[in-house]
Ligand binder design. Structure first.
Ligand SMILES: Cc1cc2nc3c(=O)[nH]c(=O)nc-3n(C[C@H](O)[C@H](O)[C@H](O)COP(=O)(O)O)c2cc1C
Length: 442
């Protein structure tokens, strides 16, 4: 008699009572005696039971006991066959677990029979039914290509065909149709499965519905293509890696020309150092807001761009939005020139000129005020009350009233009144003033 592994040495078993393999609970319930009675009645008995190993561990076994009779039908003994079920049972548990995992998976799982013509489906899980809307029974026997439509000719299919021909794994994203004719995006992985002779037997396919992700990406791409701002992704090595069409439109280069050289090459030589420093700042994890630099166009002209940028350090990338501000810059420069011209005139007038803002604060005082009052323009700018100080106290009320009136209406007001200069001398000034309103009436 061969004992199951661990039950004990043959020698140690010989002479042992039948009860020897029973666990205590079974002995308490008088199971050994009950089994013998059944065998005596039926001649043979087979059932699964827990038996106790020599080391005390309980294992599940299949016990077959046959009663032995002599020619006179006298009971001679029993033949007991004990089969260790541990491994089989573990396998069954593993299989059940795998089956449960396949049933519970939200991914679609397809198994095809690669030994049959047209590689037909032999199994799909509930995940497949949920993704596609088809029931397992209606797709068995079909090739999974039935999920494609007329407009779903796609390069990924070439990849799939090649993998199936060469019996390889393959990972693709496919446009497919559900049973209700709606589109879904299918992230599909297929793998060959071999039989015991290592011959191709099946393919298993795992589908993941990534429709939401693809549609979000498509929406993002639409904005990317439509933007009139210049959007780009650049790497920390100083090259563009992705550009939207606004780049070609604004600067006149092809995408290839822009991608093929460091972006600094397109920046005006005077601004390269500042641009390089800004790029390094971003690479160190900082954001950029409203950085401005001029970019060289293909026709040799320059366009001013204003940048907002943020790093994606994990991938050594910089995400940037550039806005063409050339027109604004030109207006600013024209304004600056006209302001310079105005200043030149105002600064060199012999008369004292000044501007007040609506809060009655000096915002410009011409240098000639020093000649007339003895005080510098800055003293007036820093001290709004200086005018009151230099007007004779006797006249202040009337001067104040005159000034207040002139603030009310957009017309020229004039008045002659004396002031006391820094040296304490009285000087008469002819004062002329006018309120100026902006287009919005302020
Ligand atoms: C296991 C397995 C699963 C597949 N699942 C899909 C699928 O979900 N959607 C699909 O369009 N094609 C799927 N295919 C691919 C098609 O069956 C077929 O191989 C593909 O359309 C290219 O071959 P054809 O040109 O003969 O159609 C699967 C293939 C295999 C082997």
């Amino acid at each position: 008699m061969k004992a199951p592994t661990g039950v004990g040495h043959l020698t140690s078993l010989i002479g042992q009572n039948f009860d020897h393999f029973f666990c205590e609970a079974d002995i308490k319930q008088d199971k050994p005696q009950q089994e013998i009675e059944i065998i005596v009645q039926t001649g043979r008995y087979e059932w699964e039971a827990l038996i106790v190993r020599q080391d005390g561990r309980k294992i599940r076994c299949c016990k077959t006991i046959t009663a032995l009779y002599d020619r006179l039908q006298k009971l001679q003994g029993f033949v007991v066959v004990i089969r260790d079920m541990t491994e089989i049972q573990e396998q069954q548990i593993r299989l059940k677990l795998l089956e449960k995992a396949i049933l519970a998976s939200s991914n679609g799982i397809i198994i095809t029979d690669a030994t049959q013509a047209n590689n037909p489906i032999i199994y799909v899980n509930p995940g497949f039914e949920k993704i596609t809307g088809y029931h397992a029974e209606e797709v068995k026997g079909l090739n999974p290509r039935f999920l494609q439509g007329k407009d779903t000719k796609q390069p990924a299919l070439e990849k799939l065909r090649a993998a199936i021909t060469t019996e390889n794994n393959c990972y693709v994203t496919l446009k497919n149709y559900r049973k209700d004719h709606t589109v879904f995006w299918n992230e599909l992985t297929i793998s060959p499965i071999q039989d015991e002779q290592e011959k191709l037997a099946h393919y298993v396919g795992v589908q993941k519905d990534i429709t939401e992700k693809v549609e979000a990406q498509m929406e993002c791409d639409r904005f990317f293509s439509l933007s009139i701002d210049m959007l780009c992704v650049a790497n920390f090595e100083g090259y563009f890696v992705r550009l939207n069409p606004a780049w070609e439109k604004t600067l006149g280069y092809t995408k290839e020309e822009l991608l093929s050289q460091p972006f600094l090459n397109f920046v005006h030589s005077d601004d390269r150092q500042a641009t390089q420093a800004e790029a390094e700042r971003i690479a160190h994890g900082n954001k950029t807001i409203a950085f401005e630099n001029p970019y060289l166009c293909k026709d040799g002209s320059y366009r001013w761009l204003m940048w907002n940028a943020t790093p994606f350090t994990e991938q050594s990338l910089i995400y940037c939005v550039g806005r063409d501000i050339t027109e604004r810059k030109q207006v600013e420069q024209a304004l600056k020139k006209s302001e310079e011209r105005f200043r030149t005139i105002a600064d060199f007038t012999h008369d004292w000129e000044y501007w007040l803002n609506p809060e009655r604060k000096f915002i410009y005082v011409s240098p000639s005020c020093e000649r007339i009052t003895g005080y510098t323009p800055n003293e007036f700018i820093e001290n709004a009350n200086l005018l009151k100080t230099i007007v004779h106290p006797r006249d202040w009320l009337i001067v104040k009233q005159y000034l207040e009136e002139s603030f009310e209406k957009e017309q020229i007001y004039s008045m002659d009144f004396p002031i006391i200069n820094r040296q304490g001398e009285t000087r008469w000034i002819a004062h002329r003033c006018q309120s100026v309103y902006s287009e919005d009436g302020r």
